[in-house]
Design a protein around this ligand. Structure first.
Ligand SMILES: [Mn+2]
Length: 406
């Protein structure tokens, strides 16, 4: 038996927090999840899988774009033509209160709001039972695992599909724990919801396939799906296959130059190194300058105002695009005001929340440019880091402590 496990396609993802993109690059990004889906179908057909599992968050939102819906229908129809069954569910992003409005091809089985089990027979005459459910609303706060039956007698394999995350009753995304999944004696748990591909248990595999296309700078690395193969001893073994050539990446350059470094020197070094290093696909790069790097006063100003980023974007080629440039923070922050880093971290997390920022900014958020800058480009974590950085600068200005001594 061989099947394909994918989740979190987010076909109509908006790719927020990118500035300065060329129209060609925008088009390439917006269509990236759709191309990943098309490659998923290519792979399923080439590998001659027995079935395909799509475990929630096919779309980014409850209401979908026409383009994304059309892409999904085209993909499902291609799999239908290849006689490959598809078992799909909706997740917290694309929850569906009413499944009756969907008209899928005959090869598609959609899991409803209650856990149910579908059974199919592979070409090699193996009997496979597959259990799962769809979100009918944004949150599923009860542990769903009780509703999954134990492995049926008379089937060769049973697979659970579950869009959720480890947690306790009351958490928002179908909270479960690994030990209760194991009590079902399934041969494989195909998980969705967490976008970072990961294995919660190796045998039987309890696995997040991760998403098929990274959506923002926090979702770095190769993205795709798993092809799961049965082995001679009846166990199942997943193997990752990339589906996209557009990856988000973190990169720390090695910069060599007389210090302090000038603005043009930085831009040229970064552009040269990126062009040598990034030669396939498209990397959306978040650049972290080493903490030890000393910048000229003008370079520091340009960095903080985004001018270096803009200049570097002008030199980007089809294989790389700089998303952000930051400088790593130094250890000199640790004793700031005599308070240790952990305390700063905790205070930051409590004080600098999305909501607190929104309340402070108030009517200013009606200005589009501020709204974008405040709420989309900056995650709460980034805000917290920025606040600590500003406090640190202020501390060194007022006390005359010299960073250069370190
Ligand atoms: Mn998701």
């Amino acid at each position: 038996m061989k099947f394909l496990h994918a989740a979190d396609l987010h076909l109509d993802t908006p790719f927020q927090g990118l500035s300065g993109l060329t129209p060609a690059l925008q088009e390439r990004l917006v269509t990236a999840p759709l191309r990943a889906l098309s490659r998923l179908v290519d792979l399923a057909v080439a590998e001659q899988v027995d079935f395909v599992l799509l475990v929630g968050d096919l779309f980014d939102q409850q209401g979908q774009s026409v383009q994304a819906q059309a892409a999904l229908m085209t993909a499902l129809a291609r799999l239908n033509t290849a006689s490959i069954p598809v078992l799909l569910s909706f997740g917290n992003h694309d929850f569906q209160a009413d499944l009756s409005r969907w008209h899928f091809p005959a090869n598609v089985h959609v899991f409803g709001p209650q856990v149910t089990t579908a059974t199919l027979t592979t070409v090699a005459q193996e009997r496979v039972a597959i259990s799962g459910f769809s979100y009918a609303q944004r949150w599923v706060t009860t542990d769903p695992v009780d509703d999954y039956p134990v492995k049926a007698t008379g089937v060769d394999y049973q697979i659970g599909t579950l869009h959720g995350q480890i947690g306790v009753a009351g958490d928002h995304y179908a909270p479960f724990n690994v030990s209760e999944l194991l009590t079902k004696h399934y041969d494989y748990w195909a998980l969705g919801h967490i976008h970072q591909r990961q294995t919660l248990n190796s045998q039987p595999p309890i696995v997040y396939a991760g998403n098929t296309q990274g959506r923002h700078r926090g979702e770095t690395g190769a993205k795709g799906c798993l092809i799961v193969n049965s082995q001679a001893d009846q166990t199942l073994q997943p193997v990752f296959h990339a589906l996209t050539d557009i990856e988000w990446a973190d990169w720390t350059p090695t910069l060599t130059s007389p210090e302090p470094m000038s603005r043009s020197h930085i831009v040229h070094q970064l552009a040269d190194q990126l062009s040598l290093k990034m030669v396939t696909g498209l990397k959306l790069v978040t650049i972290t300058l080493p903490a030890s790097l000393q910048l000229s006063a003008m370079a520091e100003l340009a960095l903080n105002q985004g001018a270096i980023l803009a200049q570097l974007q002008e030199q980007a080629n089809e294989h790389w695009w700089p998303v952000a440039i930051e400088q790593a923070t130094t250890d000199t922050m640790t004793p700031l005001f005599g308070i240790n880093a952990t305390t700063w971290q905790q205070v930051g997390e409590q004080v600098v929340t999305d909501q607190a920022v929104a309340e402070l900014a108030g009517k200013l958020l009606d200005e589009d440019f501020l709204n974008t800058a405040l709420l989309e480009d900056m995650s709460p974590t980034a805000w917290q880091q920025q606040v600590v950085r500003l406090l640190n600068d202020q501390y060194h200005l007022t006390t005359g402590v010299n960073d250069d001594a370190d």
